[in-house]
Ligand binder design. Structure first.
Ligand code: ZN
Length: 577
């Protein structure tokens, strides 16, 4: 029998000093591998990386891809928490390793089974919470004794031989008072900071450059002007750091007032009360001028955020009708989108990625060459009608098939839900199946909705057509000038319901089908664009025969009595090579 090929994995964490060093961990693992008669072929390490996060762990990712390539049969580590301490990540890593036929061997507990992994991940995340609480409790105890829980504050220095205690640094204290004076006198933080930098005074961060942020910065951080230590008070626990489970980035949030702590340390006062009050009066006055009566930063945006692209949320996969999302953004390749089902869940075969910029260009080209001129629009409608006659039968058959499939999906869903209630199947398995069914159901429902448009004949009245083309021309011009113009983006979204990207050969020109909102089509003026159909009829004296949309499929018409609120299409658009 050939020996099993083993890889060693070690992680040294910055959370805990009690962790063994990388070398110690590797030595332990190697000894274990020899006992087990493994052939050690390689090793992977992550230095000073926290087990709470999966990001920035190069060693882990190298190890996972080597496992996928089949470079080794077993991975040896000190214990499972070396892989991850997060309840969600550990089983995911385990699943991937099992899939690559790699066993996990731990020095402490031997080979790791599913049950092991489940238990460990729970214990691991309990441990992390516990550790965070311990750190907080330790710091809170120090605060009670008038010691410093956090980083050094500008204006103070450490006392040799007395850890955690501070005394006033006379040189820096003079600068602090100067900053308060100038600020209270109405000088702007930007100018104060620029002056200090020019005079070569070292900033709190130890560099030669002062920033206005350090004087007044942040909504939750008070900046120097708001730091109550300068009037001899330690305030602790005002904010807490949380880890966002999606991005794994740390975010600072305010804590409830009841959790705040205040300890007087009069010996550390640098700023006289009067000066402090004057400076902070200026500060709140400025906040009110800037952010309104409450002085708090409020965000009011109904328009799409600037970083959102023109087609965000509108792209559908031509194969499964699921959403497409940004797949990769790189300096050389630009931003590329792909079917989320294909990239995230392997529920779709459509793995090709599309250059977002090219798609945007294609959409604008389609608007100009098809929709902006009444003559061109007439041509497009004629072509779509011809296509429709050919495709109609096929569409109806597809619709019937989808309807049956939807019925099956719903029946299966009911079966799994009742199995869950009876407890006859493993919960984990049922949840996976339910998620898969739900993904498929959304895709089928979306395809039926789009099919509904494929089988709808649009007939625009000439007056409406002219008005529509004029708006389209205006919208096209606005988007050509600035693709991120908020008003034009809004108008675009009022017009376009979705854009199906069809699967094409590699390097072939893109093909897509835009689906239009009928209400926008017949409402003509896109820029105000918020009138409802009855409003449009009323405003037009009820005499204008604007559009008629005949449902081609009576089955669909029954389901959607108000067909005019629906979507329609002028067919597939093929970009030039
Ligand atoms: Zn897809």
């Amino acid at each position: 029998m050939t020996k099993k090929r083993a890889a060693l994995y070690a992680r040294f964490s910055s959370d805990l000093q009690k962790d063994r060093s990388i070398d110690d961990q590797l030595a332990l693992c190697r000894a274990h591998a020899i006992r087990k008669d493994f052939d050690v072929v390689t090793s992977f390490v992550d230095r000073a990386k926290s087990g709470a996060s999966m990001n920035n762990r190069d060693g882990l990712w190298e190890m996972m891809s080597a496992a996928k390539r089949g470079d080794f049969d077993v991975i040896v580590m000190e214990s499972l928490d070396r892989l991850s301490r997060d309840q969600a990540d550990l089983p995911a890593l385990h699943k991937r390793l099992v899939f690559s036929n790699v066993a996990i061997e731990t020095v402490n507990e031997g080979e790791a089974s599913h049950i092991h992994v489940g238990l460990r991940s729970m214990v691991g995340s309990m441990f992390l919470r516990d550790l965070a609480d311990k750190c907080r409790r330790g710091a809170t105890g120090r605060v009670r004794e008038g010691k410093f829980p956090g980083a050094r504050v500008y204006g103070y220095r450490c006392i040799p031989g007395k850890p955690g205690e501070r005394e006033i640094d006379p040189e820096q204290a003079a600068i602090v008072v100067r900053i308060f004076r100038e600020y209270a006198a109405g000088k702007s933080p930007r100018i104060i900071a620029a002056d200090l930098s020019r005079e070569g005074i070292i900033s709190p961060s130890g560099t030669a450059v002062w920033s206005n942020q350090c004087l007044t910065g942040g909504r939750l951080r008070q900046g120097m002007i708001g730091n109550r230590l300068y009037i001899g008070e330690i305030r602790w626990n005002r904010t807490r750091i949380h880890r966002d489970p999606d991005t794994e980035l740390e975010v600072r949030r305010a804590t409830p007032a009841a959790d705040h702590m205040l300890v007087p340390v009069p010996q550390l006062r640098i700023v006289p009360q009067k000066l402090w009050d004057a400076a902070n009066a200026v500060r709140s006055q400025r906040a009110i001028q800037k952010f309104g009566p409450t002085g708090k930063v409020t965000r009011t945006t109904s328009a799409p955020a600037r970083k959102e692209h023109l087609l965000a949320g509108l792209l559908r996969c031509g194969e499964c009708s699921g959403n497409m999302r940004i797949y990769v953004t790189s300096a050389t390749k630009g931003t590329r989108v792909a079917c989320a089902g294909a990239k995230d869940r392997s529920t779709c075969e459509h793995t090709k990625t599309y250059h977002l910029e090219t798609l945007e260009r294609g959409i604008l080209e389609c608007m100009r060459t098809r929709l902006a001129e009444p003559e061109l629009l007439k041509e497009a409608l004629k072509a779509f009608h011809a296509e429709w006659v050919k495709q109609r039968k096929h569409c109806l058959t597809e619709h019937a098939t989808l309807k049956r499939r939807l019925g099956d999906i719903e029946a299966s869903t009911v079966r799994f839900v009742s199995a869950l209630e009876r407890g006859t199947m493993p919960e984990e398995l049922i949840i996976t199946r339910l998620q898969a069914l739900e993904t498929e159901r959304t895709g089928v429902a979306e395809r039926m909705r789009l099919l509904d448009a494929d089988t709808t004949v649009v007939d625009l009245h000439p007056t409406a057509m002219t008005a529509y083309c004029a708006s389209m021309d205006k919208l096209h011009a606005a988007l050509e000038a600035n693709r991120h113009d908020a008003e034009a983006m809004q108008a675009f979204r009022t017009l376009i319901d979705s854009i199906v990207v069809h699967k094409t050969e590699d390097r072939a020109p893109y093909q897509f089908t835009p689906y239009h909102r009928m209400q926008a089509l017949i409402g003509a003026d896109l820029f105000p664009a918020s009138r409802s159909v009855p409003e449009i009829i009323r405003e037009n004296g009820g005499t204008v025969r604007f559009a008629s949309a005949k449902p081609a499929n009576p089955d669909l018409a029954e389901a959607n009595p108000d067909h005019r609120g629906q979507i329609c299409t002028f067919g597939r658009y093929r970009m030039a090579a």
